[in-house]
Design a protein around this ligand. Structure first.
Ligand code: ATP
Ligand code: MG
Length: 226
């Protein structure tokens, strides 16, 4: 048993952040709420409907998932974005790229949106791959997002673009995010601090700082400071 006594909810449009040390259970929680695994005990509900009563295809359509590693395939930049919604028009691809802050670098590529990516996007930087992942999630336009923020160090300018793209993507959507960026955590409606599979602290950034507990320790130690 990895998780114990986990109880949490999000109102539509709210943002819930998970923080905690390595091995605390953050990825496990997100794997359960997107149903990569089934839970052994307890209940997970979307709009009051038990997750195991929701058709997998419907669940996939409703959840946008952005993980730390973006898998890109051999094909054009546009195809890689359109993977989030195969019926999307070129205009919708461009719109998603713009929302994700990916339009700038794409337009500077030799063939723009028609540039062919090879070998899992090895001809792109880490930050550019993240921007494409955000665009791919944006084009699917899901009501719920599950994000595992990348920890990889990217240059400050790209980091800024990624943060802006993430913020636009999250706007108006119910979001569960494993947060590594202080700005994401700060903007969350609720922060869950996990340790050894338990929620040991919860609340807003301010209330948790005032508490001077584990969150305060993480905040002063591990998060990058703005
Ligand atoms: N597939 C698995 N089978 C068994 N135990 C696992 C599995 N995946 C993770 N665990 C265990 O579950 C616990 C929580 O892991 P989890 O991956 O959720 O941590 P995390 O909070 O995401 O950590 P990190 O910050 O390093 O990503 C760990 O003790 C880990 O050893
Ligand atoms: Mg993890």
């Amino acid at each position: 048993t990895i998780l114990h006594n986990i109880k949490l909810y999000a109102e539509p449009g709210q943002k819930v952040a998970f923080v905690g040390s390595t091995g605390a259970g953050k990825t496990t929680i997100t794997n359960l709420i997107n149903r990569f695994y089934d839970i052994q005990d307890g209940k997970i509900k979307y709009d009051g409907i038990n997750i195991n009563k929701i058709k997998k295809a419907d669940l996939r359509r409703s959840l946008g998932i952005v993980l730390q590693d973006t898998h890109l395939f051999t094909g054009t930049v546009a195809d890689n974005i359109r993977y989030g919604n195969l019926n999307a028009t070129d205009e919708e691809v461009a719109k998603a790229a713009k929302l994700a802050n990916a339009d700038g670098f794409i337009e500077r590529l030799p063939q723009g949106y028609d540039t062919v990516l090879t070998g899992d996007g090895s001809n792109l930087s880490q930050g550019q791959r993240q921007l494409l992942a955000i665009a791919r999630a944006a084009i699917a336009d899901p009501p719920v997002l599950i994000l595992d923020e990348a920890t990889s160090s990217i240059d400050t300018r790209t980091e800024h673009l990624v943060q802006g793209g993430m913020d636009s993507l999250m706007y108006g959507r119910t979001t569960f995010v494993i947060a590594h960026r202080l700005s994401t955590v700060r903007n969350s409606d609720a922060i869950m601090v996990l340790e050894q599979g338990r929620i040991i602290e919860r609340g807003s950034h301010e209330s948790l700082i005032a508490k001077a507990g584990k969150y305060y320790q993480l905040y002063t130690g591990a998060f990058e400071l703005e």
